[in-house]
Design a protein around this ligand. Structure first.
Ligand code: GDP
Length: 334
């Protein structure tokens, strides 16, 4: 079993690759819900949507979000009615938000609603929201506090950022299955997602950090940063605002409490060497996922370093994982 902590865009590409390499039934995804918003009265969970669409083959590869081939007639009609249109929801995409909102209104939890939707769309991987409680990413800017979607989509991440916080996290609990999935996984992979606003909210839910520290499998991360810039989006700006360098060293620092292995791009070979000298296992690979094959190749690389022998038949995943857990126990015992 492989457990992946993920956001929406970079994470969805990686998860798509992973599902080409191992059976989807062996994947559990723990998904950021800090970006969730009420839009036109509907509950939208952008990262759960992207992951669900990626795993059901519905994701628009050109846009990286929403449903492929979707139309935007409802968006136009809402504009004519004077409603806000800055957050783009396609017509087919709306079906997801309508069904989720109805299930929530009937008293289902976000986990239950997600599982029902995944089942209907034939998604075989387990998709878990990080929490069933509301945890909201808030971005503090000189113009005031913004939700993540206001900062990112409505205002094109142009505002200077003072800080980021996760409102509601201290009272939140991990969704059912989250802690067990981390603890029992043969490997935990942090997708190439924004460390601050995609992985940060997941880590802010009490209990998740401790579970990562106690995971029996290796915890591996794929860097969303190459050189001194994010592959896309505001990860670099937000890392700087949180006092982290925008580099693979910054990614390693963000995850230092639990990280065993960092996979970074071949362009960061020199920076990787410096991190190795600090004791971290670092592997360089081609990490830009332009094609479907790139996605699968990156997933294969991460798995092969996180669990030696997983993809060959000689040494089953479980064997490697138990070797690691035995090694950890040996280190812990005097
Ligand atoms: P969000 O919820 O839409 O912000 O999605 P994620 O957090 O999952 O993805 C955004 C992050 O993915 C950004 O920080 C990008 O730098 C990173 N990213 C996007 N595409 C790629 C890629 O092909 N390779 C790598 N290494 N990172 C990527």
């Amino acid at each position: 079993m492989i457990c992946v902590l993920t956001g929406g865009t970079g994470g969805a590409k990686f998860v798509d690759g992973l599902s080409q390499v191992i059976p989807a039934e062996e994947i559990t995804l723990i998904v950021n819900t800090g970006d969730d918003l009420l839009w036109w009265g509907l509950y939208v969970s952008p990262d759960i949507d992207s992951i669900t669409y990626a795993l059901s083959g519905m994701l628009s590869r050109e846009r990286g979000w929403g449903v492929k081939g979707d139309t935007f007639l409802c968006l136009q009609a809402m504009g004519q009615l004077g409603e806000p249109t800055w957050f783009h929801t396609g017509d087919r995409d709306l079906a997801m938000h309508l069904l989720r909102s109805r299930l929530l209104a009937e008293g289902k939890t976000l986990s239950e609603a997600t599982s029902t939707i995944c089942e209907k769309l034939g998604v075989k991987a387990r998709v878990l929201p990080m929490s069933d409680s509301r945890v909201e990413t808030r971005v503090d800017t000189p113009s005031g506090e913004l939700s993540f979607e206001e900062y990112f989509v409505q205002r094109w991440y142009q505002d200077p950022v003072n800080s980021v916080r996760f409102a509601g996290s201290s009272d939140a609990e991990p969704a059912p299955g989250v802690i067990e999935a981390i603890l029992s996984a043969d490997a935990v992979i942090i997708a190439p997602s924004n460390p601050i606003t995609s992985i940060g909210p997941i880590l802010s839910v009490p209990g998740i950090l401790d579970a990562l520290r106690s995971a029996r499998g290796k915890v591996a991360a794929v860097s969303p940063i190459i050189g001194n810039a994010a592959v896309a989006g505001p990860a670099g700006i937000l890392m700087t605002a949180q006092g982290l360098p925008c580099s693979i060293a910054g990614v390693a620092k963000a995850y230092e409490d639990f990280l065993d292995l960092l996979v970074c791009d071949t362009r960061d070979t020199r920076a990787a060497e410096a991190l190795r000298q600090n004791g971290l296992q670092v592997q360089c690979a081609q990490t830009i996922m332009r094609t479907v094959d790139d996605r699968a190749a990156l997933a294969r690389t991460v798995l092969s370093h996180a669990i030696s022998g997983l993809l060959s038949e000689q040494s089953p995943a479980t064997e490697a994982a138990s070797e690691k857990s035995a090694a950890r126990t040996a280190v812990e015992q005097p």
